[in-house]
Design a protein around this ligand. Sequence first.
Ligand code: FES
Length: 90
Amino acid sequence: PLWSAAGKEVTTIEGLAAGKHPLIEAFTAEQALQCGYCINGIVMSAAALLAANRDPSEAQIAQALERHLCRCGTHVRIVRAIRRAAQASP
Ligand code: FES
């Protein structure tokens, strides 16, 4: 719930873009952005995954995204983008 974020630092997708997070470049390079319905949530979950695990396997990426539904069918590109961002992360 929203109240659980009280007093904590919150990063939004706009914050990731402003900070030039490698996920933004990777999703663009892999053309993983289609309609945009699911992407904000997927990118934020991917950012949390990469913050906790700098080199996630495809299985770990799939597990991290299991609650997200992408109706455009770009799952393969999304996983590729996250792997690409992981390799680009300092
Ligand atoms: Fe369209 Fe995921 S990009 S639902």
